[in-house]
Ligand binder design. Structure first.
Ligand code: AMP
Length: 411
């Protein structure tokens, strides 16, 4: 049963064809610089990836190309009938959606309405949906939202201490992002520990180029670090995360910046890149820090401390923790960062096993046998989760047991 997963970004379109029962990725690829003459199309798995340059004026053209690649020619992996359903990743579901839904006109209208909150993502997502509807009108489609998982957060977690009228007028509140990843990690954690998620307090750390941490209390997320936008919370590759909000008007005034420029500064020029001056890639920052680059050392230590502080806050919020999970590029691969994050937590019964931390592998427990709290590395898989939701909604009575797959990259 093959599900096509579509992830449309502002100028990109990622896709995966997934056999949802086995978890096997049948084909995948990425169209980049959509909307320009310089567009590229990468298609293939790992070493078999092929890159073509070809202008893709919009997401409809990109979608056309994707379906053509999957269904026509010598390398076709399926035909249209072989694609049972399409799952679309949608960044913002606002307060409308607390779960994945079958796509109909009302759903599309709501996603469009939310464009104001996620202009770079919800617009292209609608284009992707429209293109699919045109090319495969009989195929069922499902929308899976990054924000949906967090809709059960209590108001005391999602409200900002601003005048209440701005929540009512503009919907200014915490929405949370990376929800599909955090949900996957919580479900896999319960499976690994052979427990029911409803009996566990889990802290899931999605530490990639974008990064967020979520407190999942007995199966329900009660707080997360990303907020009204994905800029909030942790220090990230190029994003500053939480800073004193008064810095914003100060810089606008002293540097003569407008809203666009300050947004750009906080989203693209800050974080690891901004502090280290080296790169947004943690590997490069780590290498520079090991050569004695002081700003790289500072950036590295700031990153770790921010993760540590949130873990502490969330333990307090849940009055304890039963598992701490690390995932995404940094969490899955960077043993040095993991060491810094967990340094000094022994008195709280959270003990990293230095040897296990060095080992490579797939899903693995890296805490010491004396640790009261398991520390678990789980490679995240948002695409698979989208495929699973899609399948389960299309075949209403079916439930799929999550299977782990995909080996992590070498350090
Ligand atoms: P992601 O957004 O999940 O692809 O994660 C990207 C981040 O993971 C970048 O900051 C990378 O530097 C980091 N990363 C990926 N592989 C490694 C590795 N082997 N060691 C350290 N950091 C890594």
């Amino acid at each position: 049963m093959n599900i096509l997963v579509i992830n449309a970004g502002s100028s990109s379109l990622k896709y995966q064809l997934v056999d949802v029962v086995t978890g096997k990725v049948i084909a995948k690829g990425l169209c980049e610089q959509v909307g320009s003459e310089e567009s590229t199309h990468k298609h293939g798995i790992d070493d078999n990836e092929v890159v073509h340059h070809q202008p893709l004026p919009d997401h409809v053209a990109a979608m056309n190309l994707v379906l053509e690649t999957l269904t026509e020619g010598d390398d076709a992996v399926t035909d249209f009938d072989g694609i049972a359903a399409v799952g679309h990743r949608i960044v913002h579901g606002g307060e409308y959606f607390d779960r994945s839904v079958m796509i109909d006109e009302e759903v599309v209208a709501k996603i469009e309405k939310l464009k104001e909150l996620a202009p770079l993502h919800n617009g292209p997502a609608v284009d992707g949906i429209r293109a699919c509807q045109k090319l495969m009108p009989a195929t069922p489609m499902v929308a899976v939202f990054d924000t949906a998982f967090f809709q059960t957060m209590p108001p005391k977690a999602y409200m900002y201490p601003l005048p209440y009228e701005f929540y009512e007028k503009y919907g200014i509140r915490k929405y949370g992002f990376h929800g599909t990843s955090h949900r996957y990690l919580a479900q896999r954690t319960a499976a690994i520990l052979e427990e029911d998620m409803r009996d566990l307090r889990i802290i899931t750390c999605h530490l990639g180029n974008g990064a967020s941490i979520t407190a999942i209390d007995h199966g329900v997320p009660i707080d997360t670090t990303m907020g009204f936008t994905p800029l909030d919370g942790l220090m990230m590759g190029t994003r500053c995360g939480s800073i004193d909000p008064a810095i914003v008007p100060f810089l606008m005034e002293h540097e003569g910046m407008g809203p666009e420029e300050i947004n750009q500064l906080m989203n693209k020029q800050s974080g690891l890149l901004g502090v280290s001056g080296v790169c947004n890639d943690l590997r490069a920052v780590r290498d520079a820090s090991e050569k004695g680059n002081e700003r790289a050392i500072l950036a590295y230590e700031m990153y770790a401390d921010r993760v540590k502080k949130v873990i502490g806050q969330f333990i307090m919020l849940m009055a304890g923790v039963d598992a701490i999970v690390l995932s995404a590029g940094v969490g899955e691969n960077c043993q040095k960062m993991r060491r810094l994050i967990f340094a000094g937590m022994q008195p709280m019964g959270i003990i990293l096993d230095q040897e296990k931390n060095k080992q490579r592998g797939f899903e693995r427990i890296i805490s010491h046998e004396r640790s009261r709290v398991p520390i678990i590395v789980i490679p995240t898989d948002e695409e698979y989760m989208i495929a699973k939701d899609t399948y389960e909604l299309v075949h209403a009575a079916s439930q799929i047991v999550l299977v782990p797959h995909e080996e992590p990259e070498e350090e």
